[in-house]
Write a protein that binds this ligand. Structure first.
Ligand code: I3P
Length: 128
């Protein structure tokens, strides 16, 4: 199935490389395991791909490489996470199902852009 033939392909809002670790699953705390991840914000979802080297801005499209996981942003909560990591530029994303992720970049401007863009999507969904 190609993006042209599936009738509806949601708008790509943002894509890029971030460091990622999951810190809880359904409210249960997990051991941190930081890894680079190709992160794509498309429609109401944040989609994570492994192996960032083989990814590009088209990876999220139907028929292209399969995501490692994805997160529904409806009802999600975003917070800067100054106390949750020794790394700089870390924010926490908590899903409505109680999964928590930390996302991080060494580049200040980049992480702020991601924070603002994800928050805009969450706000839009809250108003729907
Ligand atoms: C963790 C690892 C993480 C670190 C975490 C450590 O050790 O060093 O990078 O998180 O700190 O526990 P291990 O590899 O033995 O699991 P940050 O880099 O985010 O600080 P934490 O336990 O304080 O979360």
């Amino acid at each position: 199935i190609s993006p042209e033939s599936d009738g509806y392909t949601p708008e790509l809002e943002k894509a890029g490389l971030l460091n990622k670790t999951k810190i809880s699953e359904g409210g249960r705390k997990l051991r941190k395991n930081w890894n680079p991840s190709w992160v794509v914000l498309v429609g109401n979802s944040l989609v994570f791909f492994k192996d960032p080297k083989s990814q590009n801005a088209s990876s999220w499209k139907p028929g292209n490489s399969f995501p490692e996981s994805s997160v529904d942003l409806r009802g999600a909560q975003l917070d800067w996470a100054y106390y949750l990591s020794s790394k700089k530029n870390v924010f926490k994303l908590r899903t409505v199902t109680g999964n928590e992720f930390l996302l991080q970049s060494e580049t200040d401007s980049l992480i702020k852009e991601w924070y603002n863009t994800i928050q805009d999507v969450i706000d839009r969904l809250d108003r729907e």
